[in-house]
Design a protein around this ligand. Structure first.
Ligand code: GTP
Ligand code: MG
Length: 417
């Protein structure tokens, strides 16, 4: 009798497995039918915005013990088919859930905390320009003609400019000649000191007059196309808001379609007020409206965007002169005109600075994209040759990636410290 029972169990098992294999084959060949059924799997919760899906689908595990088939249990082909489809549905649901979780992890927006980025972490490329030369200088037993060549080349490649490079190296040559400096390490330390000293005396503070009852301060942002004016305004707005000031952004770039929308997005992100005009309208009237609105709403500061322009287009430069004049009318006071320069454009930035400075009385430079550039040396050229202080530095594209320019930290970062 037990032998008969065993045979019976074996027959049922073989039959069951046969049906299972048959079904799998059917599923493989009859693709459209399976896809159709797949669509019937309850749809996963919608992707964005979703917190965690409220229901979790039990995860079928391939390691889970399969329930033993009882010998006397009648298992039809349909039941086996249904069981297989059910576990397929579970598997599909789990895959969908995993996909949602992966999507959420990828798209989770960073909270907009203004965490100050460090020069050291962002100026890797600028540092690389110097590190090869410094390595070469250190690698020699003494200070040779090659050491000087290497230093000079590195400074020029970093866009320090010929005049400033000579200005930095000449006093060092004299100190080496007089035997005050005798070894390579001491030479590099002395160069580091010279570079810091060059940038030491500038007043880099942003002017904001807080006279009671007075109208809003106006900071204008000027520069050539695509240097980062609008982005910088967004970053500055966030910083000023974080310091508790009421800020209004005025969309003085009426030239480019979507420029106002871009600024509006920054206004929303930073919690600033916003004023715009019509596309193609007079930028000075937008700035005027902005100042009026800011005065009415008791704002401390108006940040005025302007359209990018080439410094050699005299009509556009004239337009900028007018924007400045209008912004400075009561109740407004222009307390900063910030020339935004893209650090990757190198020495060309110097030419821009000259022209813009003449037209709008630039009070400071914002050097953007220092994170992606090997041209950090332009800082020295701008300050030494033009006497315009670099006040802010852009170290990335996000709202927190703007820092007050700290020359010591910058020079140390170039030296890999
Ligand atoms: N890596 C990096 N990118 C920056 C920085 N500042 C701005 N950008 C990018 O530069 C590009 C141009 O920025 P915008 O702010 O539109 O420049 P703009 O000067 O207003 O341009 P126009 O209005 O067309 O003249 C954008 O892709 C910015 O994200 C920075 O400090 N680092
Ligand atoms: Mg812009």
């Amino acid at each position: 009798m037990p032998v008969v029972l065993l045979i019976l169990i074996a027959v049922v098992l073989v039959f069951g497995i046969g049906v299972l294999v048959l079904n799998r084959r059917r599923a493989g060949t009859a693709q459209p039918a399976v896809t159709a059924e797949r669509r019937e799997v309850p749809a996963p919760p919608p992707k964005p915005s979703l917190g965690k899906p409220s229901t979790t689908v039990p995860a079928p595990s391939t390691d889970e013990p399969v329930a033993p088939i009882e010998a006397d249990e009648e298992i039809s082909a349909e039941e086996l088919d249904a069981a297989f489809e059910e576990s397929l549905a579970d598997f599909e649901a789990e895959a969908a859930l995993a996909e949602i979780e992966e999507f959420e992890a990828e798209t989770a927006t960073e909270p907009e905390v203004l965490e100050r980025p460090r020069f050291r972490d962002r100026v890797a490329k600028a540092r690389a320009t110097f590190s090869g030369a410094f390595g070469g200088v250190r690698g020699r037993a003494g200070i040779t003609a090659e050491s000087w060549d290497e230093l000079e080349e590195a400074l020029l490649r970093a866009d320090v400019g010929l005049r400033v490079t000579n200005g930095l190296l000449e006093p060092l040559r004299a100190r080496v000649k007089s035997k005050e400096i005798t070894d390579p390490d001491a030479l590099l330390t002395a160069l580091q000191g010279e570079m810091k000293a060059r940038l030491a005396d500038s007043d880099r503070s942003l002017r904001l007059e807080d006279r009671a009852g007075a109208g809003p301060n106006v900071w204008l942002f000027v520069g050539v196309n695509g240097v980062g004016k609008t982005t910088t305004i967004g970053k500055v707005a966030a910083q000023q808001r974080a310091e508790g000031r009421r800020v209004l952004l005025a969309a003085g770039d009426t030239f480019r379609a979507a420029a106002a929308e871009q600024l509006q997005t920054w206004a929303e992100r930073s919690g600033a007020e916003f004023v715009r005009g019509s596309e193609g309208g007079d930028p000075s009237s937008v700035i005027f409206d902005g100042v009026q609105a800011a005065a009415a709403r008791h704002c401390d500061l108006v940040l005025g965007d302007t359209a990018g322009r080439l410094q050699n287009k005299s009509n556009l430069m004239e337009e900028l002169r007018k924007v400045r004049r209008v912004a400075d009318r009561e109740p407004g006071r222009v307390t900063e005109v910030l020339l935004v320069i893209d650090a990757t454009t190198g020495q060309n930035g110097l030419v821009q600075a000259k022209e813009f400075g003449e037209v709008t009385e630039v009070t400071g430079v914002v050097l953007t994209k220092l994170d992606g550039s090997a041209k950090g040396g332009i800082v020295f050229a701008i300050e030494t040759e033009l006497g315009i202080p670099v006040k802010l530095v852009g170290l990335g594209e996000t709202i927190g990636d703007l820092v007050a320019f700290d020359p010591d930290e910058f020079v140390d970062a170039l030296f890999g410290e």
